[in-house]
Design a protein around this ligand. Structure first.
Ligand code: AMP
Ligand code: GLY
Length: 420
């Protein structure tokens, strides 16, 4: 099989690594890829959101399918454009990706299909927002409607905080068009977990669970980030809860999308809060998570290429997905200053010696090469270090010993990933 993977972060590194291990893979191309991926796959410098460029590359390499990693090309309709050329893609269509691309669509959709979620109010002006914020005594969550690279959500305790967040989005253009409309949500409490299902539009099966750590600093302090580390399986979930989440959230979503004419094919990522009234949807994403993929895929005991082929041929009902019994953890090393301002192009220490260690993977999240060929940082999140172990504590010890040995002075990491 000739395969093109779209994207160039830690998620795509983990995806490409899994695909490269399949006996079904003959040619593996990643665009834009990164220096970590380059060691085992061909990379082309085409941006993930360059829809015509990605289509042309897929045609040139005669791709049997394209695995679309990030949300932006999905929301822009890369799958639809590939299908017009007769090229298969793994990931939802533009209309189906609205489950992530528009928080308002997603909330209204859940309401139409009785999928449990927090109360919410759609606002396009500050007067409406203020009324709702005061009604909730400021204990609420302010969300930009559109895509804001994981930063468009502000969890608030007070009226003032919520008013500031709303004003920045609605009137100060903080997230551009993505914040021209916002949601003020009821703030719900409980334990969070991420559930990943793969669907062919009819059948949905579990492909993994994870717990992400979204805040920048230890003990869940500091601003929200794209994710500073993750563990799999999610400690908060047991078989009963997973079944409940499938019955009340995943299956009604797949069925509802079909009913509304947007067959959902690809990965459905449900971020859920386990409340005392049962699991509720915090958000849907239309793709694998980053860094969750770096712990989900190393636990897969079923060929990823086979799962994708069965998704594309709409025969997932014949598939069983198996997992290894061990746990996985990933620790993100980020640039100092992330998620606010940070430098790029900062030299990284050599970590080649860890590449050959079993049960350790160093995924490149945001790296590139400078003119002299040195490995440098190229993003907020720079590396994610994954380890496999018989329990979370063993995973923590292995992964953190590598993180400490890398010892990158211009970066930081959370020390409490996987700690209970
Ligand atoms: P999101 O980007 O939608 O996943 O939101 C980022 C984080 O904000 C989530 O992981 C939750 O911790 C928190 N959050 C979002 N919506 C709510 C809500 N309605 N109630 C409580 N916490 C929330
Ligand atoms: N780690 C959160 C996300 O990928 O959306």
């Amino acid at each position: 099989m000739n395969i093109l993977v779209v994207g160039g972060g830690g998620r795509e590194h983990a995806i490409a690594e899994s695909l490269s291990k399949s006996p079904l893979t003959t040619k593996l191309v990643v665009a834009p890829g990164n220096p970590g991926i380059e060691t085992f796959a061909e990379c082309y410098p085409i941006a993930a959101d360059d829809i015509p460029g990605q289509c042309q590359l897929a045609r040139e390499i005669k791709a049997d399918f394209v695995f679309i990693g990030p949300e932006i090309p999905l929301v822009l309709g890369l799958k639809d454009e590939l299908l017009k050329l007769g090229i298969n893609a793994f990931g939802p269509s533009k209309n189906a990706a609205k489950l992530e691309g528009s928080k308002t669509f997603s909330r209204n959709f859940c309401q139409r299909h009785n999928i449990p979620q927090p109360e919410f109010k759609y606002c396009t002006d500050i007067a409406t927002a203020r009324k709702q914020i005061e009604l909730l005594n400021g204990y609420c969550v302010v969300k930009a409607d559109g895509l804001a690279a994981g930063k468009g959500v502000v969890v608030c305790d007070t009226v003032d905080q919520a008013l500031i967040a709303s004003t920045e989005m609605l009137e100060k253009n903080k997230f551009g068009n993505a914040g021209k409309s916002i949601l003020i949500e009821e703030r719900i409490n409980g334990i969070e977990a991420s559930v990943f299902a793969v669907s062919d539009g009819e059948t949905a099966i579990l492909i993994g669970t994870a717990q992400d750590h979204k805040r920048a600093y230890d003990n869940d302090q500091g601003p929200n980030t794209g994710g500073m580390g993750a563990v799999s399986p999610a400690p908060a979930l047991n078989q009963n809860l997973i079944e409940e989440i499938f019955k009340n959230i995943i299956i009604p979503t797949i069925n509802g999308m079909k009913l509304e004419g947007y067959s959902y094919e690809g990965v459905l990522y449900a971020g859920v809060m386990i409340t005392n009234k049962g699991p509720k949807v915090i958000e849907f994403n239309c793709r694998f998570g980053d860094p969750e993929t770096q712990v989900i895929l190393p636990r897969l005991n079923t060929d990823l290429v086979d799962i994708i082929q069965k998704t594309i041929s709409k025969s997932l009902k014949d598939v069983t997905i198996d997992f290894i019994p061990q746990n996985a953890i990933t620790i993100v090393i980020a640039s100092n200053g992330y998620p606010e301002e940070f430098d790029k192009g900062v030299l990284l220490p050599s970590f080649k010696k860890f590449d050959d260690e079993t049960e350790i993977s160093v995924f490149h999240s945001g790296t590139s090469r400078d003119k002299s060929g040195n490995l440098v940082s190229n993003g907020g999140r720079v590396l994610s270090i994954t380890s496999i172990g018989n329990n979370i504590e063993e995973c923590r010890q292995k992964a953190y010993s590598v993180v400490r040995a890398i010892n990158w002075k211009q970066g930081f990491y959370r020390k409490d990933i996987g700690k209970v």
